[in-house]
Design a protein around this ligand. Structure first.
Ligand code: AMP
Length: 269
């Protein structure tokens, strides 16, 4: 496994390499990230993992500062899973300019959910993705359904620029108690993790009722009773139409964001 810290070096290492699988991450790796790595390895791709906590996608500075960092464990996990290259850039490799001007405009699916509650978040995500993809010229991009809205927006962005990159959507890996694995879980104690488990299991068991419900008040109340402080949204979307829905179907999915013990968690099911 090679650890590469500069844009020029990773670009030159990958030059003329054909079958590349790229897994962009913000580190603090867990089994969710590992499932993406394994999918790439299974396809026999030259597997590149990037670890970079992108300041541009944090609308809240405190959230950025307290984002967990476990770089030496991350590197061990990558090595154990036979990652070929870890791209570990400093901020100046990704954003060499003094003043960063975000040029991209996202037109699809961004006024809802994360786009609505985290202004500028997706612009920051697309900006870092654009730059990472300049350094890592990949054929396949592995993205988790844990961040489903992000997955759709990146896919649509790539389509809009006629990119040939194939996006591989990967299922959400969960803890035994039902919570989606997330780097942010590291910031929670066991009691809070248990609450998160109870919330997600309750919601999953009531998926169709939530989709059909007009205002979700009953479910919002229940989430608070479990121990959540604040709920940003609990919304059902039809993923084909990219519209809110009240009809259960294979394309209907419930999206959730809430705050628990000072940590903001998202999930969908
Ligand atoms: P992050 O480090 O949070 O930016 O995540 C990097 C990639 O891993 C993204 O494509 C995420 O959607 C994906 N990911 C994060 N958590 C999980 C999970 N529990 N299961 C599957 N994929 C995940």
């Amino acid at each position: 496994m090679k650890i590469i810290k500069t844009a020029n070096k990773i670009a030159s290492e990958l030059l003329n390499k054909k079958k590349i699988g790229f897994i962009p991450t913000m580190g603090c790796l867990h089994k969710g990230h590992v499932s993406l790595i394994r999918k790439s390895k299974k396809k026999k791709l030259l597997t590149v993992v990037s670890i970079f906590v992108n300041p541009l996608q944090f609308n809240n500075k405190k959230d950025f500062i307290k984002y967990p960092k476990t770089i030496s464990t991350d590197l061990k996990i990558c090595k154990k899973n036979k990652v070929d290259y870890v791209y570990l850039p400093q901020k100046k490799e990704i954003y060499p300019e003094k003043k960063i001007i975000i040029k991209n405009k996202i037109h699809f699916f961004k006024k809802y959910m994360e786009g609505k509650f985290r202004p500028g978040h997706f612009e920051g995500v697309i900006e870092v993705m654009k730059r990472l993809l300049k350094h890592v010229k990949t054929s396949y991009l592995f993205l988790g359904k844990k961040d489903y809205q992000q997955l759709i927006i990146i896919k649509k962005y790539l389509e809009s620029i006629n990119s040939k990159i194939i996006v591989v959507p990967c299922d959400t890996i969960r803890d035994t108690n039902g919570t989606a694995l997330s780097s942010r879980n590291k910031l929670l104690d066991q009691k809070s993790l248990n609450i998160a488990g109870r919330i997600i299991n309750f919601l999953k068991n009531n998926k169709n009722k939530i989709i059909e419900s007009k205002n979700n008040l009953l479910y919002l109340k229940k989430i608070k009773e479990f121990g959540a402080k604040k709920i940003d949204y609990l919304t059902a979307f039809n993923l084909k139409q990219l519209k809110k829905t009240n009809k259960p179907s294979v394309n209907a999915r419930v999206f959730l964001a809430y705050h628990l013990s000072g940590v903001r968690l998202i999930d969908n099911f």
